[in-house]
Ligand binder design. Structure first.
Ligand code: OFO
Length: 167
């Protein structure tokens, strides 16, 4: 059985994941506005992955016979973004989520909640990948600078991304 504190923290994480999804959906719209369909696709796929992260926490709470509480999702702060600023925001956001997951893990350990500790392992690895994905695109964007051909090539590459939802 989940402790009250653990349950509350996991519910908070469901909210974080939905907020992530909402941010990426906003980024997808913003990229489309700029005229970069590949970037827009990449963020849209990320949106779907975030929904699957929320699902994973949701299912876990129910599996442990806990109570799910759905919290308010705020408006994403996105205005006049550039391809680089979008990915910089993405990286910053993922670093925030990494801290959230680490705090959850610390809590599970302090409560000797081994099941939750193991459950969170997947997210620890996922965060390494998510931060690396954003950093890779930032590196490419910095490399091409103002070169339109370079941006076009990155956009073509990002157009090929498909979603790999968490199981
Ligand atoms: Fe972006 O990994 Fe979930 O939030």
């Amino acid at each position: 059985m989940l402790s009250e504190k653990m349950q509350q923290a996991l519910n908070q994480q469901i909210n974080e994941e939905f907020c992530s999804a909402f941010i990426y959906l906003g980024m997808s719209a913003e990229a489309d506005r700029i005229g970069l369909p590949g970037f827009s696709n990449w963020f849209r796929m990320q949106y779907q992955e975030e929904l699957s992260h929320a699902d994973r926490f949701f299912n876990y709470i129910l599996e442990r016979n806990g109570s799910v509480e759905l919290l308010t999702i705020g408006k994403p702060e996105l205005t006049e973004e550039t391809p680089l600023s979008l990915f910089e925001k993405s990286l910053k956001h993922e670093q925030h989520i990494t801290v959230c997951i680490s705090r959850l893990k610390d809590l599970a350990r302090s409560e000797s909640d081994h099941a939750t500790d193991v459950f969170l392992e997947w997210f620890v690895s996922e965060q390494v990948e998510e931060e690396a994905n954003a950093q890779n695109v930032i590196d490419q964007l910095r490399l091409v600078g103002d070169n339109a051909n370079g941006l076009f090539l990155i956009d073509r590459e990002l157009a090929t991304r498909t979603a790999t939802p968490a199981e």
